[in-house]
Design a binder for this molecule. Structure first.
Ligand code: IPE
Ligand code: IPE
Ligand code: MG
Length: 236
């Protein structure tokens, strides 16, 4: 039996379908998604999870209709402003992961302010991937090393990645029923246990999270070894 995961990563998918089922605009699904996320943060705190990383907006999501994109940007700023006091009260340290060059000044300053204001918290590290792509991360890490004239090795790349401040995710959950990564954590998920749920993200509640954690705990993580080595029956 594994311990509870130290680091959980989530592709929060299915907001649009949740809204469509109810004849609501897609942005209503994203608003419900924010509520589901704040419940999920609370559940992670209660379960002693050290790191939560969520996929909120991908590099490819710019290809959506412009009203949905601007709605998501506005929602980010509103949700941050609203949630900041409770994140601080609960010891949550916030990080935004992704390329910030395309954001407006308003979005950028909200991100910086919230990171600064939560920087001293230590109970839960909460990474929000926004305008993030796994390929972007690998490329930006390689560029960083190249500009410093440093050798490119697995270790140096790892240290230059946007998630260098946390261990790799133990458990990677995707809601919404799709069986793909959609450019999330391509480097860091090398040995994550994958868990796919048919629940749409706004419906992913505490019980659903517990099911995912229970499935993770029952998995055997071998990291290339044989089952006998893992169980300690085979030495040398
Ligand atoms: C995930 O939900 C949230 C974002 C990508 C911003 P979707 O908006 O992709 O929901 P579906 O997949 O259309 O249901
Ligand atoms: C992945 O979901 C991105 C986020 C959850 C933010 P998408 O809905 O964008 O993924 P695809 O397009 O179905 O692969
Ligand atoms: Mg989707």
């Amino acid at each position: 039996m594994n311990q509870v995961p130290r680091h959980i990563a989530i592709v929060m998918d299915g907001n649009g379908r949740w809204a469509k089922k109810r004849y609501l605009p897609r942005i209503a699904g994203h608003k419900q998604g924010v509520d589901a996320l704040s419940r999920c943060v609370k559940s992670c705190l209660e379960r002693g999870i050290g790191v939560l990383t969520v996929f909120a907006f991908s590099s490819e999501n710019w290809n959506r209709p412009s009203d949905e994109v601007s709605g998501l940007m506005d929602l980010l700023v509103v949700a941050l402003t609203r949630q900041l006091p409770s994140l601080n009260a609960n010891g949550v340290q916030l990080h935004f992961i992704g390329d910030r060059q395309r954001f407006s000044d308003k979005v950028n300053s909200a991100l910086v302010q919230s990171e600064l204001s939560t920087a001293g918290n230590t109970r839960l590290i909460f990474n929000i991937c926004f305008n993030y792509g796994g390929r972007w991360d690998i490329a930006q890490a390689a560029q960083k090393l190249a500009s410093r004239g440093e050798a490119i090795t697995e270790l140096s790349l790892d240290r230059a990645m946007a998630l260098a401040h946390v261990p790799d995710p133990d458990l990677l959950i995707r809601t919404g029923g799709e069986l793909r990564l959609s450019n999330f954590l391509l480097w860091q998920a090398a040995y994550s246990e994958l868990y796919f749920s048919d629940k749409l993200w706004p419906e992913f509640d505490e019980a659903a999270l517990d099911n995912a954690i229970a499935a993770f705990r029952a998995r055997e993580r071998r990291f290339g070894q044989t089952p006998e080595q893992v169980s300690g029956l085979h030495r040398n």
